[in-house]
Ligand binder design. Structure first.
Ligand code: NAD
Length: 505
């Protein structure tokens, strides 16, 4: 059984198409080709946005504007006090336009409106955190290298940063990158996902209204191969910060190799939750449901693999199925909805194929499994697969939908082995009342974040990123601004210098 929230005709009436332009320098422009792209709301089946279909020419023009703003503009030379104040002003303006931003992400991505409102509030907090960090950006000095030497280590803005973001958390993810790059004094070219560009374009309006100088943030819309790929290969771009699939992350890194620029990659995940019999099972059941169905499982951090101790596996799986039946799936704009739409019909097809393949490989369907007809959009029932083994595709690959795989183990070593037996290493959870058990798993699981007796919590202060094919580098945390800097050593000599070819006696 699935609790559904039907899409009401009034919800469809409320959806007016909004046409956007993109931001280059301080101008709002159409694509040079004049072409546009449309976005059909995945939860409502109607066109809600039109965006310019940018191409290489537009990307190059935007990179030129960012380069000019970095090389000649005031932004990198302003005091951090001034930059920090502007970031705070932007944070306030985001809060003031939170409803508009939340609406855009809800309709374009099919996300539940109540969830997106929390994401926008989280983004405001991140902009404020970046403003605070900006004030602490500093280098080092070494007055310990002898009477004749003083060493100073400078932190300088790295330059022009190309930012590429995915569709699953459109506003939150651009907010995990842009304010830190701006805090460092960088200038930027941003390419949001072609499916969800609206909120990033509104952010462009907010930045200009807050007084950001011309060319510091440019936003080019369009497809990845047409626009995003230009950033990695372009000589005038100094760094690419990419969040998206591991496949495109790999292409980005290969492309960046041609000009040897720095890349930061936040990629996919296949995150395990390991549960021992002594855990607080009630608390875990709630976290399992949240971890699997939050954002319809279209979440890099989704807890998509449960690794349950064999003695509790059947009972716990039945309880998760029971609670999943109460989760409300449907209209993203209904405030009671907990699970929204699937991003595109093609993606629903891909997710369904994983479920079918798992059945053929011997997994048993413990809940859901089917697409839901709730209105003109595309939806899927929360789906639980029991009896999954580590070799199955559904246990190794990122499904990126509401599909939970349940595996089991006997010993702690076996649990850790199963957790690490995938190419990804983004995050993991461990549940036990035993301190030693939690710490042993926490140390041995190869993942950028390990939650203990909780799941998918986070804070701007805590670094986030992946091991292995989940990415390269970390976002957030106190080093987040430094990531957008270069290090320069000033090695200074004091007094008479010792001659190399005629040493003094
Ligand atoms: P995607 O890789 O298809 O697209 C991401 C972005 O890259 C989009 O803007 C897209 O237009 C662009 N792109 C596509 N091809 C490109 C190319 N050749 N060169 C440059 N850019 C290109 O990913 P998606 O489907 O939008 O997002 C889902 C993926 O993102 C999942 O794998 C998910 O795990 C991952 N993700 C990771 C994190 C994280 O922080 N680790 C967060 C959110 C999403």
């Amino acid at each position: 059984m699935v609790m559904t929230v039907l899409v009401r005709p009034e919800a469809l009436d409320a959806l007016k198409r909004r046409d956007f332009r993109m931001l280059i320098g301080k101008e709002w422009v159409a694509a040079e080709s004049g072409k546009t792209m449309e976005r059909t709301a995945p939860g409502h089946g109607v066109v809600v946005s039109g965006i310019p279909a940018g191409s290489r020419a537009d990307a190059e023009r935007a990179i030129g504007a960012a380069r000019h703003a970095f090389d000649h503009g005031p932004w990198p030379r302003m005091t951090v006090s001034e930059r920090s104040l502007l970031l705070l002003k932007v944070a306030d303006a985001i809060a003031a336009r939170a409803d508009e931003l939340a609406f855009l992400d809800a309709v374009e991505a099919g996300k539940p409106i109540s969830q997106v409102k929390a994401e926008i509030a989280g983004a405001v907090d991140i902009w404020r955190y970046a403003a605070a960090l900006a004030r602490d950006l500093h280098g080092e000095s070494y007055n310990t290298l002898g009477d004749g030497t003083l060493g100073v280590v400078l932190r300088e803005a790295i330059g022009v940063v190309g930012i590429v973001t995915p569709w699953n958390f459109p506003f939150l993810i651009v907010s995990q990158k842009l304010p830190f790059a701006l805090a460092a004094g960088c200038t930027t070219v941003v390419k949001p996902s072609e499916l969800t560009s609206g909120s990033t374009l509104v952010l462009g309006e907010i930045l200009l209204e807050a007084g950001l100088p011309e060319g510091v943030v440019n936003i080019v819309t369009g497809t990845g191969p047409e626009v995003g790929a230009v950033f990695a290969t372009h000589q005038q771009v100094d760094m690419v910060s990419f969040t998206g699939s591991t496949a495109v992350g790999r292409i980005t890194m290969e492309n960046a190799g041609k000009t040897l620029k720095k890349v930061s990659l936040e990629l996919g995940g296949k995150n395990p939750q390991i549960v021992f019999p002594d855990a607080d099972i009630d608390a875990f059941i709630d976290a399992a449901v949240f971890g699997a169905w939050f954002n319809a499982g279209e979440c890099c951090n989704a807890g998509s693999r449960l690794i349950l101790h064999r003695s509790i596996a059947d009972e716990v799986t039945a309880r998760i199925a029971e609670l999943s039946a109460k989760v409300k799936v449907g209209d993203p704009l209904n405030p009671h909805t907990q699970v929204g739409a699937i991003i595109t019909p093609e993606h629903l097809h891909k997710v369904s194929a994983y479920v079918k393949g798992a059945g053929e490989a011997g997994a048993q369907l413990a809940h859901g499994g089917e697409a839901l007809e709730l209105g003109p959009g595309q939806f899927m029932a929360p789906t639980i697969l029991a009896g999954v083994t580590p070799d199955m595709a559904v246990a190794r690959e990122e499904v990126f939908g509401p599909v939970l795989s349940v595996l089991s183990f006997e010993t702690i070593d076996e649990a850790i082995r199963i957790a690490n037996a995938v190419d990804y290493g983004l995050s993991a959870g461990v549940w036990s009342r035993d301190f030693d058990t939690c710490l042993t798993v926490g140390r041995k699981v190869r993942a950028g974040t390990v939650w203990m007796n909780t799941f998918m919590d986070g804070a701007a202060e805590l670094p986030f990123g992946g091991y292995r094919q989940s990415g390269l580098g970390r976002e957030l945390g106190r080093h987040a601004v430094e990531d957008y800097t270069e290090t320069k050593t000033l090695n200074m000599h004091i007094g008479a210098r010792t001659s190399w070819w005629m040493p003094r006696q």
